[in-house]
Design a protein around this ligand. Structure first.
Ligand SMILES: Cc1cc2nc3c(=O)[nH]c(=O)nc-3n(C[C@H](O)[C@H](O)[C@H](O)COP(=O)(O)O)c2cc1C
Ligand code: SF4
Ligand code: SF4
Length: 206
């Protein structure tokens, strides 16, 4: 696990109540749920065992998460889930004591199914201003790989320079070919629109 992944997963755990998205029949479904723990490189969560959310997790085996700190640092990821044994549910209650207010006794807790998000990829997208106008960093964990963010300039570039002033994020550097910094590219597409040589390639997303 690299430092960016560790920082990202810690932020999600600290935010705790964030957006969890799945799909149902190809249609996106989003709701708030909780990141109940982070240890051994995995996130620990729970889901009510008869919720649509549960059946969607079971069917697709994946979930997308997104949350944001009060100073505009967004963390998002898409990951693989695995349902885990009931001992992990006890851990959830140990690490989140306030949950006992909602589910005071053992019988009521049985409906909660614990799962790990054990592998995934994502990014920190930082608009706090502390790392320049915008700074984004991709990460992966649990053996997943991730594409670099941003548009990319290929060898068809003639170094004409038209893209440089078009970029609101100062993400482009002169060269032959010109180069886009994946950590500073917002993927706004302004450079793509002005390139006379079709030398700028679209980003692939997470
Ligand atoms: C702050 C907050 C935290 C929540 N945490 C969870 C959670 O960890 N697990 C869960 O199953 N539902 C949680 N819920 C409830 C779900 O958002 C709600 O049951 C939702 O309807 C589930 O999605 P579904 O309708 O697609 O099943 C939480 C709701 C809120 C407002
Ligand atoms: S506009 Fe296109 S051809 Fe010109 S420098 Fe930028 S990438 Fe290269
Ligand atoms: S897509 Fe937007 S932010 Fe990225 S390099 Fe092009 S102009 Fe700059």
């Amino acid at each position: 696990m690299n430092d960016v992944a560790d920082r990202a997963l810690k932020i999600l755990r600290e935010l705790r109540s964030i957006t969890f998205a799945t799909t149902k029949d190809g249609v996106p479904q989003a709701r708030i749920a909780d990141v109940m723990g982070y240890e051994n490189g995995r996130l620990l969560c729970i889901v009510g065992n008869n919720k649509p959310f549960y059946y969607q997790l079971k069917e697709i085996g994946k979930v997308a998460l997104v949350g944001m700190t009060p100073n505009y640092v967004m963390v998002r990821l898409v990951g693989d889930i695995r349902f885990v044994d009931d001992a992990q549910r006890d851990k959830v209650f140990d690490h989140n004591p306030d949950l006992a207010n909602l589910f005071p006794n053992e019988d009521q807790r049985r409906s909660l199914v614990p799962y790990h998000i054990y592998r995934g990829k994502g990014e920190i997208f930082d608009l706090s201003g502390t790392r320049g106008k915008m700074y984004r960093e991709r990460f992966s964990f649990g053996g997943e790989t991730v594409h670099a963010a941003g548009f990319r300039i290929n060898d068809d570039c003639t170094a004409c320079g038209a893209c440089l002033p078009a970029c609101p994020f100062s993400a482009i550097a002169e060269g032959n070919p010109y180069v886009i910094d994946p950590n500073q590219c917002d993927e706004c597409g302004s450079c793509y629109a002005v390139c006379p040589s079709d030398a700028i390639e679209l980003p692939t997303g997470l």
